[in-house]
Unconditional design. Structure first.
Length: 84
């Protein structure tokens, strides 16, 4: 079984889509997503440890952004179930 390259990892691609659409650069990483009503609250941090957050309306997401959110939520759910 071959390893998935960083560029082919769905979680990395999803994170790049969401962060890029919001104007964040490669120094930003997402740490968690919470759903409240029809809004997604996304939390992240910069390479230096400073934290940030932003909110996206589920009704305003483009199809690619919806796919990205689904990937990130699935990854978060998996990590939670494994206590990672």
């Amino acid at each position: 079984m071959s390893a998935v390259s960083k560029e082919d990892d769905p979680r990395v691609r999803a994170e790049d889509i969401i962060l890029g659409a919001q104007g964040y650069g490669e120094a930003a990483k997402l740490t968690s997503i919470c759903l409240s009503g029809d809004e997604f609250h996304l939390f992240g941090c910069w390479d230096d440890g400073d934290e940030f957050k932003f909110t996206l309306s589920s009704q305003e997401l483009e199809p690619l952004e919806k796919w990205a959110i689904e990937q990130l939520l699935e990854d978060q759910k998996l990590k939670s179930s494994l206590n990672i």
